[in-house]
Structure formats: structure tokens, C-alpha cells
Design a protein around this ligand. Structure first.
Ligand SMILES: [Fe+2]
Length: 200
């Protein structure tokens, strides 16, 4: 069974004007697809690894044969991270609520303080990577990870994420990463984020 692109729950233009249709189309159809292709290629001669789930591979990278470990880390991570990212986006963002809202208020004081810290982490991140809201040791935490490194590989459970690779925003925002981050806040799927929190 080869890995495939997950279905999107919205059309490419559904997140406009925050995320433009062309960026979505290329990000999903070219960049995400490329990670999947390279993951399938890496696993091609490794039936034991083919029988593991993507999560199993990423949680236990040490048990993946050394020859394909980096390819699985980068491309399996790329597949996992993007699949996660599409799910926590939505055309109408709404507001954080429920258990996740309570946890954010408890940890950060209020939502705006959390938003400020997360935005700062994303704005100051150097290079290509992601900023995540995760649960680490039963606590919410904002973490920055380079490349396609994945929180589950370090035993952290993802709640929310922003892709900070230039391919995520360059067509529309060029060097204006701050505008992209602000736009991302408008297309967060808070229902899905809360589901992630509750399912831990
Ligand atoms: Fe990306």
C-alpha cells in the first residue's frame, strides 16, 4: 500500500484571501506530493517498514534501517506534517473554545498572550521549518522544529501548526512572513485543534 495525498476538506480557493488558490494548489499538489513520492521510493525495498503506519515509523525512527532513516524522517515527516496542516485549516476560522480554550488560558493567561508568543516564535524562526502547539508531558508548549522534523518523533502530541517553509507563502506574501502568519490566524480550524487536544 503506497502513501497517497489525503483528501482536502475544502477547495484550493476556499481559504482566500488568507491563503491564495495557486499557493494551495502547488503546496498540496507539488510539495506535499513530492514528500509522498520520495517516502514511497525510500520504502520500496523495505517490506517491514511498509507494514508500519506512518506514525509508527516517525515515533521510532531509530528502528528504521539506517540506510533509509533520513529519507523517512524528512519525507515521512513532510507527509505527516502537511496532512496535519491541511486538517487544522478551515475557510471559516471561528474561535478557540472548549477544553483547548481553557488549557490555553490556564497556561498562557489569556488567548492574546498565547497568540503573541506563538506569533513571535513563528516570526523569529530562522530557515525552513514549523512552529507547533503541542502537548509535552501533559502541558501545552509552543515549539519550533527545523525542516520536516515531527513532534511525534520526540513524544510530543501536535495540536496546531504553521508551515514556515517559503513554499507555504512566497507566491502571495514574498518576504512578508508576518503578513502570512497574521493570515494563518484567520484560517485555523479550531474544532479540529480541540479534537487533537481531547484525543491525546
Ligand atoms: Fe509545506
Amino acid at each position: 500500500m503506497k502513501y497517497e495525498l489525503p483528501k482536502l476538506n475544502y477547495t484550493f480557493n476556499a481559504l482566500e484571501p488568507s491563503f491564495d488558490a495557486l499557493t494551495m494548489e502547488i503546496h498540496y499538489g507539488k510539495h506535499h506530493q513530492a514528500y509522498i513520492n520520495k517516502l514511497n521510493e525510500a520504502l520500496k525495498d523495505y517490506p517491514v517498514e511498509q507494514n508500519k503506519s506512518l506514525e509508527e515509523l516517525l515515533v521510532s525512527l531509530d528502528s528504521v534501517p539506517e540506510k533509509i532513516r533520513l529519507a523517512v524522517k524528512n519525507n515521512g515527516g513532510g507527509h505527516f506534517n502537511h496532512s496535519f496542516f491541511w486538517r487544522v485549516l478551515a475557510p471559516t476560522s471561528g474561535q478557540v473554545k472548549g477544553e483547548l480554550a481553557r488549557a490555553i488560558n490556564k497556561k498562557y493567561g489569556d488567548f492574546n498572550s498565547f497568540k503573541e508568543l506563538f506569533t513571535q516564535a513563528a516570526a523569529t524562526f530562522f530557515g525552513s521549518g514549523w512552529v507547533w502547539l503541542v502537548v509535552n508531558n501533559n502541558e501545552l508548549e509552543i515549539i519550533s522544529l527545523p525542516n520536516q522534523d515531527c513532534p511525534i518523533s520526540q513524544n510530543q502530541q501536535p495540536i496546531l501548526a504553521i508551515d514556515l517553509w517559503e513554499h507555504a507563502y512566497y507566491l502571495k506574501y514574498q518576504n512578508r512572513r508576518a503578513e502570512y502568519i497574521e493570515a494563518w490566524w484567520r484560517v485555523i480550524n479550531w474544532d479540529e485543534a480541540e479534537k487533537n487536544y481531547k484525543n491525546i
